[in-house]
Design a protein around this ligand. Structure first.
Ligand code: ZN
Length: 247
């Protein structure tokens, strides 16, 4: 049923009840000849009851037809997540190999079995990776780093952006600000630094480079993209670390 139809039917039901409003007055004053103050007050009270009943009936009908009421929450509720957490904690208690995830499960509100298994698989992968051991430790704290970032970190002189943006990239790396190639994108870096063209301008040659703010989500604070249009290369600024650092 369409919401407008359900609303109209609910309203009609309410009006139907409200239509009986004059009845007690007709019976009391017309038929029984009630004139005293308390009798009039009683009739007014009955009238009020009918009005409230009409509103109640309208709401019940609309709700029964499924148009009014709490909106459906998509995904899991807080109670579902809490139950999932208890289930994972029981799983971990029963499975010594999963003990390493106890703290993370405890700390993270939204973690389910599929995620736990994903982390465990990644953990095993990192242990087999020649450079993976420190990253496996980071993963236990919830810090997941992709192979591309691990490879990039292992080559401090490597740059992925074009010649015009590369000086910025080199300095970001020199400052030890977390940066990594954007996956599945050419000549694109993301960084935890907070970049702005006007703060970069005194230190770098930025002809042909512009700045663009974009939003992943309408409520996002917005991310800054420092882009070299000529080379289709960009640095995606997604963090709060001041750069260039203040003198
Ligand atoms: Zn360029």
């Amino acid at each position: 049923m369409r919401p407008s139809t359900a609303r109209a039917l609910g309203l009609a039901a309410g009006l139907g009840v409200a239509a009986t409003f004059p009845l007690p007055f007709y019976l009391g004053m017309g038929v029984l000849g009630w004139k005293q103050r308390w009798q009039i007050a009683l009739l007014a009270l009955i009238g009020l009851g009918i009005a409230l009943l009409a509103v109640f009936v309208a709401m019940r009908v609309q709700r029964a037809l499924g148009t009014v009421g709490a909106p459906q929450i998509v995904g899991r509720s807080a109670r579902d997540w809490a139950a999932e957490k208890r289930r994972l904690q029981a799983m971990i208690a029963a499975e010594p190999a999963l003990e390493r995830w106890r703290d993370l499960v405890e700390r993270w509100g939204h973690f389910d079995e599929a995620a736990l298994m994903r982390y465990e698989r990644r953990y095993q992968e990192l242990l087999r990776h020649p450079l993976g051991a420190p990253y496996a430790e980071m993963l236990l704290k919830g810090d997941w780093r992709a192979d591309e970032e691990i490879a990039y970190a292992a080559e401090p002189d490597r740059v992925v952006t074009c010649a015009h943006l590369a000086p910025i990239e080199r300095d970001l790396r020199r400052e030890g600000i977390r940066s990594a190639p954007v996956l599945h994108a050419e000549r694109r870096l993301w960084t935890e630094a907070c970049l702005a063209l006007k703060r970069l301008a005194p230190n770098y040659e930025l002809a042909g480079v512009d700045e663009e703010v974009y939003y992943d989500h309408p409520r996002d604070p917005g991310y800054v993209l420092i882009r070299c249009r000529g080379c289709d290369s960009a640095i995606d600024s997604r963090g709060g670390v001041r750069f260039p650092p203040e003198a």
